[in-house]
Design a protein around this ligand. Structure first.
Ligand code: ATP
Length: 442
């Protein structure tokens, strides 16, 4: 087990996530379903903001990238060709005493059952396939077998030829996809870190074989830029050069980017050079050529692939851990999320100082409508006292709170409001004409 560096406790994150409507346990009213999580109103926004930022940075923001959204259910041949049917397994051990099952390579003590505490009760490890199997259509036989995809990558590879035929991009180019992936994890745990249903954001970047090392290095840098955009401290992210014996057999180089989670240093995402393994497998099984024909008339070839594979939940968890702060304000403990502006589910909250004064509320409503149109994610709050409102907004990471008071209505401060900053708690008087630009500041 890796050392624990972050001071934030996992319980703090889980409790805030549930209390404030980010993430709830899946099927909670029925006692839950292990390894599943539901996103509440703020969680959906945070997750979407992370995914949109990624899409902007890696797909829309680049000329050499193409997006796809492939079906989750795919022809079983996809998973036979890719090797998942035979080898997408984790080692499973069962305790002879309590019959609990565990993932053998994740046990703190390989001999001791974490459920009942007995030692020496494990039999031989079996290989357990993590794909969820199902049948497509009304006939339940071997031909109708399909799987919920355990990764989004194969939906990219199967569309390689389609994208080339439609767009004829120059190599190097990449195809990106975001979407759900499903793995029947033996021991789902640690909040959303190891779930059975999660989301991935993956890129297959197609290169000429001789250029793979240079392109790989570029992706290392791009991954680091992504971590910065998420607000992860540089000191909490680590590059693990995966040794040959631990790499997938087709990979010539893999870096796992690890993060100091409250549960220890664990994989945040992976970057792998997958050679031409996947496209060659598709050729072998589909009998269709995956060769790329260069525009300059030189020989056709099957491109090689660099794969940055990002997990949304692990990114989101790292974002929450990095943003979680506690300080003291006026002798009271304060919890706040110092989320990067682009990720914050709500950018501005608008609060009338008195909710019974018609003129004041009407003015605040106008300001709210203006901000809603120009800034987008704006919240109206008129409950409780102002201090309580600030604390609530701090806990959900709202960068700015606008308070509309009587001075906004008349006098020499007319058409100014109080703008309160989340991280410093500083308050300043801002002219309404400057409010949009002030509340869009990152
Ligand atoms: P681990 O070793 O932690 O099981 P992995 O090496 O199997 O992960 P990959 O197959 O490389 O993971 O998947 C790519 C990314 O997808 C991971 O880096 C992670 O961000 C995410 N991911 C994988 N499995 C899960 C899961 N069960 N829950 C949440 N995210 C996951």
């Amino acid at each position: 087990m890796s050392e624990h560096k972050n001071e934030v406790k996992l319980e703090d994150i889980v409790s805030l996530a549930k209390r404030r409507g980010f993430i709830y346990p899946g099927s909670d009213v029925y006692g839950g379903l292990a390894g599943t999580w539901d996103y509440g109103p703020l969680g959906v926004s945070l997750k979407r903001n992370i995914m949109n930022l990624w899409w902007q940075m890696f797909v829309d923001g680049r000329d050499d990238m193409y997006g796809v959204d492939a079906a989750i259910l795919m022809n079983q041949k996809v998973w036979q060709a890719s090797g998942h049917v035979d080898t997408f397994t984790d080692p499973l051990v069962e305790c002879n005493t309590c019959h609990a099952r565990h993932r053998a390579d994740k046990l703190d003590d390989a001999n001791k059952c974490p459920n009942c505490g007995q030692t020496g009760t494990f039999g031989e490890a079996k290989q357990f396939n993590m794909m969820f199997k199902t049948n497509v259509g009304p006939v339940d036989d071997e031909n109708s077998v399909s799987y919920l995809r355990p990764e989004t990558a194969q939906g990219i590879f199967t569309n390689f030829k389609n994208v080339v035929d439609s767009f004829y991009p120059d190599v190097p180019f990449g195809i990106g996809q975001q979407g759900k992936a499903f793995r029947n994890e033996i021991s789902p745990r640690d909040f959303v870190f190891r779930s059975r249903e999660f989301e991935q954001m993956e890129i297959e970047y197609f290169v000429k074989e001789e250029n793979w090392e240079a392109e790989f290095e570029k992706w290392v840098e791009l991954c680091k830029q992504w971590f910065t955009a998420l607000g992860l401290p540089e000191s909490s992210v680590h590059e693990l050069e995966v040794p040959e014996e631990d790499r997938a057999h087709y990979s010539k180089r893999t870096i796992d980017f690890e993060f100091d989670y409250p549960i220890g240093r664990e994989e945040l995402m992976g970057l792998a050079y997958r050679t031409d393994f996947d496209l060659k497998n598709i050729e072998r099984v589909s009998k269709k050529s995956m060769e790329y024909r260069p525009k300059d008339g030189s020989d056709s070839y099957v491109p090689h692939v660099i794969e940055p594979s990002f997990g949304v939940e692990r990114a989101l968890m790292a974002v929450l851990v990095s943003a979680y702060r506690e300080d003291e304000q006026n002798g009271e403990k304060r919890i706040f999320l110092a989320l990067p502006y682009d990720l914050a589910p709500i950018k501005v909250a608008v609060c009338p100082l008195a909710k019974n004064n018609e003129a004041l509320v009407a003015k605040a409503r106008d300001i709210y409508a203006m901000l809603k149109e120009q800034v987008g994610d704006v919240l109206w709050i008129d409950s409780g006292n102002i201090g309580k409102n600030y604390r609530k907004m701090d806990e959900i990471g709202v960068p700015y709170v606008v308070t509309v008071d009587f001075e906004t209505l008349e006098g020499d401060q007319k058409d100014t409001v109080t703008l309160r900053h989340r991280d410093t708690t500083n308050q300043e008087r801002v002219e309404l004409s400057n409010l949009i630009s002030e509340s869009k500041k990152r």
